[in-house]
Design a protein around this ligand. Structure first.
Ligand code: ADE
Ligand code: ZN
Length: 341
């Protein structure tokens, strides 16, 4: 298939996005617009100079910039516009279901009320449900570079909005902040009815993936690239069909891998792992869902069978109710069958 045909083919696949940080969908143009409206100066004097700073050697260099960008978000309207823009974009890419991360501490630590953050995000998600028939789940992430006590305080702040939140996650600086630091707060979160996921094995070692499974008791691993270093872990992930939400463009941008050709997703699929593809922080890493599928498919020469498996896996790994899940998976299969004829 040539590039144009492959892009068109990927466009048509009904897709689910399960690994997306809403703050990471903040496009520079919108960041400047909102900064201006809120009277906040950015340390970059133009969109061009900001974009030039998007060169990262590791996760931390990216996070430093990501937290600076998020500082211009003050009002409910800002969170709403950020989220709505993301949803419009992925709707145009035939994404029909999203599970969105937000980082409350990035905002509450600056004095923004939890309610302001969640109301803006949630109103946009509800609009996408009404206007696009897009289903959604919302995941609150604890920042792992902060303390366990701070995560507990965030859990407490979330309780009045419990009905709006489906799960909790763990993100930010991985190295030096192992999952075990958050074992108690994850147990407390589960007691509140939240589902559990965690970033693990992005930059961190396989031990962190084991800890996420055994100590945090997560139902999905975000990233998990490093699992291939450990055969027993691969076996466990396969046996329990624990999803790995991979983000190929992110991995290249943050130098988790040196080039796309080295991405482990094909090996993972071939081993029977429940691997899925997502965009992580698309405004920073050069692409949304379609671009992640396209660049991966091209670099690894993925077959139609691989692409179909990736699309099915994402619905399988989602927190959709069983009937909707089944319906979406049937839609994916029908699409591949129709296009092959
Ligand atoms: N927060 C936003 N993007 C992240 C990533 N890729 N890893 C860890 N924390 C993040
Ligand atoms: Zn992430």
């Amino acid at each position: 298939m040539n590039s144009a045909d492959l892009k068109k083919f990927i466009q048509g696949i009904p897709k689910a996005e399960l690994h997306l940080h809403i703050e990471g969908s903040f496009e520079p143009e919108r960041m400047f617009e909102i900064a201006h409206r809120n009277g906040i100066g950015l340390e970059y004097d133009s969109i061009t100079s900001l974009k030039k700073a998007y060169q990262f050697n590791n996760l931390q260099e990216f996070l430093d910039l990501y937290y600076i960008g998020a500082q211009v978000l003050l009002h409910e309207r800002d969170f709403y516009e950020l989220t709505w823009a993301y949803l419009c974009k992925v709707h145009s890419q035939n994404v029909v279901h999203v599970e969105v991360f937000f980082d409350p501490q990035t905002h509450t630590d600056r004095g923004i009320a939890f309610e302001v953050v969640i109301s803006g995000i949630y109103k946009a998600l509800e609009r996408a449900k009404d206007e696009f028939n897009m289903s959604f789940r919302l995941i609150m992430s604890y920042l792992r570079h902060l303390s366990e006590a701070a995560a507990f305080a965030t859990l407490e702040s979330s309780l009045p909005y419990k009905q709006l939140i489906d799960g909790v996650g763990l993100d930010s600086s991985e190295l030096g902040n192992p999952p075990k630091k958050f074992a108690k707060v994850f147990a407390a979160s589960a007691k509140q009815g939240y589902q559990l996921v965690a970033h693990a094995g992005e930059e961190g070692p396989v031990d962190y993936i084991w800890e996420a499974l055994d100590l945090l008791k997560v139902v999905r691993i975000d990233h998990g690239n490093r699992c291939l270093d450990d055969e027993a872990l691969v076996q466990r992930l396969c046996d329990d069909q624990i999803p790995l939400t991979l983000c190929p463009l992110s991995n290249v941008a943050l130098k988790v891998i040196q080039k796309m050709e080295e991405h482990p997703v094909k090996k993972m699929l071939d081993k029977g792992l429940l691997a899925t593809i997502h965009s992580d922080d698309p405004a920073y890493f050069g692409g949304y869902m379609n671009e992640n599928y396209y660049e991966t498919a091209k670099a690894l020469a993925l077959t139609d069978a691989h692409l179909m498996q990736l699309a099915i896996n994402a619905f399988e790994a989602s927190w959709l109710d069983p009937e909707t899940k089944e319906r979406r998976i049937t839609e994916v299969k029908d699409y591949f069958r129709a296009v092959q004829v």
